[in-house]
Design a protein around this ligand. Structure first.
Ligand SMILES: *Cc1c(COP(=O)(O)O)cnc(C)c1O
Length: 463
């Protein structure tokens, strides 16, 4: 064994080997030497364990270990996965995917300087929020706007800025927990607002709000139920009814809208008030996510009355949660698509996937089924429901067409599902009653070829 150790060349000698010529064209010697050192350690272990017993194999083992290490290390960990689950806003899979326009904005800006905080007309310092203000005014009818990192940050900021040390009145039916242990009561507490609960879990009346308002009241807060529904004997106060009370008592209303739709989904059976209609109803401040129903990048959009937005902009917390230029550019690209409401349904992938009709989905299913047939993988086509996900529209079922793979003697579905996830391009599917389901709603046609190739490789490796 000792003999073999001695046959390992010095690192700088190893580096000079012709096998490393290609890598030296790409990487620095210092980096390569580090990687070779790691490889030598591995080879020593292999000698120890009698995996390498012939001195003629040492060099080649070092070369292949080095290449393996570098390849692994240089491959980004965060990468594309094929979402075959049918869940459009899948939080684990990064929620909304961007439109072409948003992607283009992002690409154009990512390696360039920009006028992020420069007013090009005056040559003086500008505000990063100005870039999206006029478009949000046009799309929602608001007086002013700003954007922070995400909607959770927006909620915290609004509560801190508008009701710190004061009472914030919320209906007991709206004290919700959003995924990842974000609980409205705790956030209020954290923001320094004094939570004043009114009503009961299932019913809150206007007089409940009215009775709770006193001189300590800073804010009326409404929270979108987002990820759950209360059924049966229920009542909550719509914003239109709360507005006159808020005006009379001079206490502003803040609505944490969660998802926030700029597109009117009602013709597609999705009952979700548009942001514009809520602003019109007289809500003073609204906040919503960038990467839920809006279909843009992660962000928390705060809109409403200028006087209140000004106050929010002055809060110190804003500096800690401020949005970066890449998010802003992707958001601007996303919003520009909304200027043409006739086209945004096609151009915004989230809206497109949520509103796609059954005829299109069935056609897609048939095409994909045929493509799999040529690989001898036989799927059935079934009409099943998909979910919108991302804590939005919990009750809404979206009828869809799916490819369904039943158990055969050769294939273990759990093993196949796992191997699909382990793949170089991971594929996420649904499983129900030991059947593998791929929902066409979230599978792009341009990915069909790749999906069939990658799936077949895994499938054939599993049987
Ligand atoms: C999703 C959601 C949030 C959190 O928004 P993020 O953008 O995920 O931070 C806050 N409030 C409500 C009602 C939500 O639905």
């Amino acid at each position: 064994m000792k003999e073999l150790y001695r046959k390992i060349k010095k690192i700088d000698k190893l580096l000079q080997m012709p096998e490393f010529k290609g890598l030296r064209d790409i990487y620095s010697d210092a980096y390569l030497m580090d990687s070779i050192k790691e490889a030598v350690k591995m080879v020593r272990t292999q000698i120890n364990e009698n995996i390498i017993t012939d001195e003629n194999n040492i060099d080649s083992a070092i070369v292949s270990e080095t290449i393996k290490n570098i390849t692994l290390e240089q491959k980004p960990n965060l990468r594309k996965v094929l979402n075959c689950t049918g869940t459009v806003l899948h939080t684990n899979l990064g929620r909304a995917i961007l439109s072409d326009r948003a992607k283009e904005s992002l690409n154009n800006l990512s390696d360039q300087y920009s006028n992020l905080e420069l007013n090009l007309i005056t040559g003086k310092r500008g505000s990063r929020y100005d870039h999206i203000t006029s478009i949000l005014k046009k799309l929602t009818g608001c007086e002013d706007a700003l954007v922070v990192n995400n909607n959770a940050a927006a909620v915290l900021l609004v509560l801190t800025a508008l009701s710190k040390g004061k009472e914030a009145i919320v209906s007991r039916g709206e004290l919700v927990e959003i995924g990842g242990s974000f609980r409205i009561p705790n956030v209020m507490d954290f923001g320094g607002a004094i939570l004043k609960e009114v009503g009961t879990t299932n019913k809150t009346h206007l007089f409940d709000y009215e009775n709770a308002i006193n001189k300590e009241t800073g804010l009326l807060v409404k929270v979108h139920n987002s990820n759950y529904t209360i059924k049966g004997f229920t009542q909550s106060i719509p914003t239109e009814e709360l507005v006159p009370l808020s005006k009379k008592k001079r206490v502003p209303i803040y609505y944490d809208l969660g998802s926030g739709a700029l597109f009117d989904f009602s013709p597609y059976g999705i009952q979700e008030p548009t942001v514009k209609s809520l602003i019109k109803s007289g809500v003073d401040i609204l906040s919503f996510s960038g990467d839920k129903l809006l279909g843009g990048p992660q962000g928390g959009i705060i809109i409403g009355k200028k006087k209140l937005i000004d106050k929010i902009k002055k809060n110190q917390l804003l500096r800690a949660i401020r949005v970066d230029k890449l998010t802003l550019s992707a958001l601007e690209g996303t919003l520009i698509e909304y200027l043409d409401m006739g086209k945004v349904k096609t151009n915004n992938p989230t809206i497109n996937m949520l509103t796609v009709d059954l005829v299109t989905l069935e056609k897609k299913a048939k095409v994909l089924q045929e493509m799999f047939k040529t690989e001898n993988i036989l799927f059935d086509i079934k009409k099943l429901n998909s979910l919108s996900g991302g804590g939005s529209l919990p009750d809404k079922k979206f009828p869809s067409f799916c490819l369904v793979l039943d158990v055969t003697e050769d294939v273990s579905i759990p093993e196949l599902v796992e191997n699909l996830r382990f793949n170089k391009i991971p594929m996420l599917v649904r499983v129900k009653d030991n059947k593998l389901i791929m929902d066409l709603r979230t599978i792009k046609e341009e990915d069909f070829q790749m999906l069939v190739e990658e799936f077949s490789k895994v499938y054939n490796g599993t049987i």
